[in-house]
Design a protein around this ligand. Sequence first.
Ligand code: OGA
Ligand code: MN
Length: 222
Amino acid sequence: MMAFNVSSSPVFTPTAQVAIVDALVEQGWYVGQDVINRDLCKALHDELLHMAEHDALEEAGIGRGNQHHLRKDIRGDAIHWLDRESEAQRYYLNAMGELQQSLNQALFLGLFEYEAHFAHYPAGAFYQRHLDSFRGRANRVISTVGYLNPDWPVGGGGEMVIYHPDAPHKEIARVIPEAGTFACFLSETIPHEVLPTRLPRASIAGWFRRNASLGGVLDPAR
Ligand code: OGA
Ligand code: MN
């Protein structure tokens, strides 16, 4: 497996962090192409493909805890939670840690933790329209998706569709799952879905969380 080259450029392009924070403040979502280091995407993609080929992924379900169950009619990906076991994972998670600091400084969100999993969608798989968090209940505040497939072909399907928070059938963006692209949005308000993919599709879905015991209380803006 190829190791990510430590001496190469940073994980995010320098302007990306600022753009992400600004877009979240202004519209509640962000999509940028060519913002994640391509070498890192390749290392992460290689790692995920290796796991997929060796049956090291678990079928993704819906719901948490004992409410967790498989629903292939709702989502068809297989996942592996990032655990810092490779250098590439550590680079990705460290970059998300920096983003977490920027988000906290700008938005007073009190984000305290980041969790993320690799997701492998085999051909034909999809994830129906959903929210990542339910207001007041769960503690996922901001969702992130990093895409890993190089050279995604026209007509390859697998786009992530982002819908309007107040009109959940109104499409506002369609994200091609191309390596280097990064998407980020408010977990409680932005409905989104993954359209059926025609090719194996690789991404990392992650969530910044707030301590559940804070019960959704935001720090007041100064
Ligand atoms: C998710 C999700 C989107 C994607 O895992 O909750 O919406 O493009 N993923 O992989
Ligand atoms: Mn989602």
